[in-house]
Design a binder for this molecule. Structure first.
Ligand code: Q9C
Ligand code: ZN
Length: 658
């Protein structure tokens, strides 16, 4: 069972601030930390976390990343006069020093290390460290961008050294490029660094050429640095999700990290004065959820930026509530990604195509195009028209029952689940009773009395049809039906838009599918984990997010052949849609799979799949053809921008916050 979420926080880190006038630094205030922590307390989230004490990072810890000279220089700052501090500050960019910042910087890095220790020793499953100063901009020998020591980079080196971690994934969702992290791990294939950042063709701070998509790492680390430059402001939920589905997640699963570290900056959310983006705080529930089945759930998030106190605290709460395992709210406004995001996506995928087999089919990069060279005067930078407003995210209420199960007599109840059955006393344990139980279960899920369900039935096709029909016709709700395995499905699913059926199975029948039926055919069937995951991440997830169902009906057909690991990843990932309302149907005979599936429904992380092999070329091509055919209707499936001038300028004319 999941072992809890750590929260690291220490008031001491609020005890430094800007002591002189500097417009570049005035947004980095102590209230960032107090507002975040207060919101966690107010929402009852802090109480649900395991409080882990913060410690100071030692010299040895800091020297894992920084030079001795730099450390010694920072050590002198507590004794400097105000004038000396100002002068010391001048050698760096967009950062300020204070007599107490050295102490706070040691606590910030130490908090990240305490979090890594807690997660790696299994004391907790995951956690968040609320720290300042932030870290991802600081370099080997320099402070930068409000950062003194590189908290996350130190934590990654420490995890490798102290806990024998082989592969670390660093996801930097802060709106700035963590150039310090990139510098630190540029040639290290043991650390995969992913960052998206406001770039605007190098016009945005830190204005570095090496923040562009073509910095892919060096030497042995080639391919292990992924930059996604945002060349426009106003990026939305769909832009973020699309980059996760089509770049980060496929590569991350292929990499197979032992630990995930998040540079958790929330200046990429709406309302932030630095980022000027339009993604809602709710997106962080999904970004977090989508990472929680990697590395067996070992995820450490460390605060970086975030300067609009309202947006920041909402985003922090969304992140922590997801780490705690509560179902995520449906993301708002999921239209397609914008043209500029699609262009970035295409460039990143093309740049990484040689390095990751999951991207083998990505469109080749036209050799003449480098995005930094495309600064055109026609591209007027979008100016924001005043402060954006956005609704406060809805309170996320976890249903009183997490997972209800309908099992035949003699199959033991998995730990943590609730046995469920309709009260009709006819035919106990029989087919009618089972079906009526399932229908009642779906109703209770729709009333949010139960989050998820699991049933072992004697006729899985029949149960699937009944539940799908009932959900559409009686409850008037939308179901995403994901059918794993099985041969041709009878055309019992109506085309009323209330049911979207995706069937993943062996390549036998050559079917076209339709608007409501998507056949995903794999040469070796569902037993091929890499082909299967490729389909799940690049096709099923974006479809699921865009369809925005009220219920996910996940069906495991008899003899599906799906490997356990991939099945559990699918179960885990799909809980990001429909507010975690997933009903799993399995055929009698699959008893062995009941307990692990139940555990996934209860919120436990799936076990790592191991580094993935290259998927079969034929499968990749078939999936790509399917994606291209479906992207007309489902814009979240797009991976390239249409190459028309009109499309590009249409995008440029969009007002920033729509
Ligand atoms: N308009 C982090 O988010 N530039 N650092 C400020 C003010 C520096 C951001 C310019 C931004 C540094 C951790
Ligand atoms: Zn930032």
């Amino acid at each position: 069972m999941n072992a809890g979420t750590a929260l690291l926080h220490d008031e001491e880190m609020t005890k430094y601030k800007l002591l002189w006038v500097d417009p570049a630094c005035e947004i980095e205030v102590p209230e960032r930390l107090t507002a975040s922590h207060d919101a966690l307390v107010r929402n009852g989230l802090a109480d649900r976390c395991v409080s882990v004490p913060v410690r100071e990072a030692t010299d040895a810890d800091i020297l894992l990343v920084h030079s001795r000279e730099y450390l010694e220089a920072v050590k002198t700052t507590p004794d400097l006069t105000l004038e000396e501090l100002q002068e010391f500050t001048l050698q760096f960019g967009d950062v300020y020093f204070h007599p107490n910042i050295y102490r706070c910087a040691k606590l910030a890095a130490g908090a990240a290390l305490q979090l890594v220790d807690s997660v790696m020793t299994g004391k907790v499953r995951n956690g968040l460290a609320l720290v300042r100063p932030p870290g991802h901009h600081s370099m080997h020998g320099a402070a930068s961008g409000f950062c003194v020591f590189n908290n996350v980079a130190i934590a990654a080196r420490y995890a490798k050294q102290t806990h024998g971690v082989k592969r670390v994934l660093i996801v930097d969702w802060d709106v700035h490029h963590g150039q310090g992290v990139q510098e630190c791990f540029e040639d290290d294939p043991g650390v995969l660094y992913f960052s998206w950042h406001r770039y605007e063709h190098q016009k945005f701070w830190p204005n570095l050429r090496e923040s562009d998509y073509d910095s892919v790492g060096k030497g042995e680390g080639t391919g292990f640095n992924i930059n996604v430059p945002w060349n426009r402001v106003g990026m939305k939920n769909a832009d973020y999700l699309s980059v996760f589905c089509h770049v980060l997640l496929p590569v991350a699963y292929e990499f197979c990290p032992d630990l995930v570290l998040v540079c958790a900056g929330f200046d990429s959310a709406i309302g932030d004065p630095e980022g000027q983006m339009s993604a809602g705080p709710d997106i962080f529930a999904h970004l977090t959820h989508l990472l929680m089945n990697l590395a067996g759930g070992r995820l450490c998030a460390v605060l970086e930026g975030g300067y609009n106190l309202t947006s920041l605290q909402q985003s922090v709460c969304q992140t922590v509530q997801t780490l705690l395992g509560d179902p995520a709210p449906p993301p708002e406004n999921l239209d397609g990604p914008c043209q500029s995001a699609l262009e970035s996506l295409r460039c990143v995928r093309a740049a990484h195509q040689p390095h990751w087999s999951c991207l083998k089919h990505a469109a080749e990069l036209p050799s003449f195009e480098v995005s930094t060279k495309r600064i055109k005067d026609e591209e007027k930078s979008q100016q924001t028209a005043g402060e954006p407003v956005w609704p406060e995210p809805r309170k996320r209420v976890a249903p009183p029952v997490r997972t209800a199960v309908v099992l035949p007599d003699g199959v033991s109840l998995p730990d943590g689940c609730k046995a469920f059955s309709s009260l009709e006393d006819s035919d106990p344990g029989g087919a009618v009773r089972t079906l009526s139980s399932l229908l009642l279960l779906v109703e209770k899920m729709q009333k949010n009395e139960i989050c998820s369900g699991l049933a072992l039935v004697s006729d899985v096709s029949m149960a699937m049809m009944c539940v799908a029909q009932h959900t559409a016709a009686v409850l008037n709700k939308r179901a995403l039906v994901v059918c794993v395995g099985g041969s041709r499905l009878p055309g019992l699913i109506t085309e009323d838009g209330k049911t979207l059926l995706v069937q993943m199975s062996r390549d036998e029948a050559d079917e076209q599918g339709g608007r409501c039926f998507v056949p995903v055919r794999l040469k070796k069937g569902c037993s091929d984990a890499s082909g299967f995951m490729q389909a799940v991440l690049g096709l099923l997830l974006p479809l699921g997010y865009q369809y925005d169902p009220d219920l996910v009906l996940l069906v495991r057909m008899e003899g599906s052949g799906v490997c356990d690991g991939a099945w559990l990843q699918l179960t885990g990932l799909l809980q990001g849609v429909a507010q975690g309302h997933t009903l799993v149907l399995m055929q009698k005979g699959e008893e062995a799979c009941v307990a692990p599936t139940a555990s996934s429904l209860l919120g436990d992380a799936a076990p790592p799949l191991g580094p993935l092999d290259a998927p079969l070329a034929e499968d990749v091509e078939a999936l790509e053809r399917l994606r291209v055919r479906l992207q007309v209707d489902w814009k979240l499936l797009q991976t390239t921008a249409p190459e028309t001038e009109e499309a590009r300028s249409a995008d440029a004319n969009l007002p920033p916050f729509v």
